[in-house]
Design a protein around this ligand. Structure first.
Ligand code: SF4
Length: 414
């Protein structure tokens, strides 16, 4: 049996204490978590203790770094029980099984943000990467603390677009002329980039709604600036019928992005030169090798993969789409999956009646996501039990105010 489907919805409400609109549960089927988030407990609205320490944030204490994993897991379980409904533990699909076992909900970045937004728990322990924790902080109240167990858990793709570089690109687009540009940023971007989009009439998108957001943007302007993943932008725009010739790539390492004003003016899509270091490891040769060995097999990949891989695949889509396709696949079918290895392995064990493997023979692992391990999770949970908040992720209010505008637009459109 596949995982049960859950039905949640999103709508906007005002948070008077921060003067920001926040997400609320509503009725969009987003594929469903493995477990529902807990209801808030009696202490759920208690003020967040703010005893934080720069030292604690810098180094994992030896007590955690050197302890055997089974001890850490037992200690983390005790701490988790003790925190009860005052903590919500969220885990991304790419987390390792030991961490996922602690999750009140699992999902992609957007689904986890929704869980954070509707939670009343004062502590949200976010087992994901930095941009996800930032989004959760933007969507929660100021009296809730979002904790990333290891602050070094970043995302190489999000790091490929810095807001000052994007502002330079924006200025070049303005000078090139040729009509209005609408910026669309993938969820996998920093809060500052989301704020940039909010400020300039743009929106956030996810891998499941990128098409709708691009359609919306083209209804408002002459061109789209798509950040920071060129592959998601290219794959989606091409699937919508836009030719590759209508797209240019802005390379932030080059003067004028490596483009001329004429090329910018003529482009319908300006794709930021960013990529996912995990999904771009899948190659066309991987597809050919799998097809030669399994002529009856099917290839299912994520849109962060390169254009040639996506074109050669049988089907492609978001993490939630990949889960759905496998849930609905016939028993006995054979699949090669082009996404992060922890998710692929979990899908293989959830579908023993199907043959499910990674498309690549090399380990396609998200190394930064993998930083959230039992020692860091145990440290974060036991610290909360002691009344200490370690590794809180906090987005400045002015950045959050603009970023939430871009997130709201996505929810209104998608
Ligand atoms: S899989 Fe890629 S896009 Fe996702 S968090 Fe890891 S590096 Fe970032």
């Amino acid at each position: 049996m596949g995982r049960r489907a859950a039905t949640v919805q999103s709508s906007i409400r005002a948070d008077p204490s921060r003067n920001l609109p926040l997400l609320q549960p509503s009725s969009v089927d987003d594929g469903g978590p493995q477990t529902e988030p807990r209801e808030a407990g009696a202490l759920a609205l208690a003020p967040v203790p703010v005893k934080t320490s720069a030292t604690l944030e810098a180094t994992l204490p030896d007590d955690y770094a050197l302890a055997p994993e089974e001890d850490l897991l037992a200690r983390a379980a005790r701490a988790r029980r003790s925190l009860g409904d005052d903590a919500l533990v969220l885990a991304h699909h790419y987390q390792c099984d030991e961490v996922v076992a602690f999750a009140d909900a699992t999902g992609d970045s957007f689904k986890l943000a929704r869980h954070a937004a509707r939670s009343r728990s004062p502590f949200i322990v976010f087992c994901g990467v930095h941009f996800m924790a930032e989004t959760a902080d933007i969507l929660t109240r100021p009296d809730q603390a979002v904790i990333l167990p290891d602050l070094a858990a970043g995302c190489s793709m999000a790091d490929m677009a810095h807001v000052r570089q994007v502002e330079d690109c924006w200025e070049a687009l303005r000078e090139a002329g040729g009509g209005a540009t609408v910026p669309i940023t993938y969820m996998n971007s920093s809060a500052a980039i989301k704020a940039f989009c909010g400020r300039h009439g743009g929106a956030v998108c996810t891998s499941s709604n990128a098409r709708r957001l691009i359609e919306w943007a083209l209804g408002r302007g002459e061109r789209v600036l798509f950040l920071p993943d060129q592959h998601l932008g290219r794959n989606t725009a091409h699937a919508m019928g836009h030719p590759l010739e209508s797209m240019v790539v802005w390379d932030p390492a080059l003067s004028m992005g490596g483009l001329t004003p004429g090329a910018l003016r003529a482009a319908r899509f300006v794709l930021w030169k960013g990529h996912c270091s995990v999904h771009t490891r899948f190659t066309l040769e991987d597809v050919h090798r799998f097809r030669a060995a399994h002529p009856e097999g099917r290839v299912l990949v994520h849109p962060e993969c390169t254009f040639d891989v996506v074109q050669a695949a049988d089907c492609w889509g978001s993490t939630e789409y990949i889960r759905r396709v496998l849930d609905e696949a016939e028993p006995g079918s054979t699949w090669a999956i082009g996404t992060e290895i922890h998710l692929t392995n979990r899908l293989a064990s959830e579908h023993p009646d199907k043959s499910v493997r990674s498309l690549s023979p090399v380990m396609c692992l998200c190394a930064t996501m993998y930083r959230i391990d039992p020692p860091h999770l145990c440290w974060a949970l036991e610290s909360l039990v002691r009344g200490e908040v370690v590794h809180r992720v906090s987005v400045p209010t002015e950045v959050a105010a603009e970023a939430v505008v871009a997130l709201e637009r996505m929810l209104e459109i998608a």
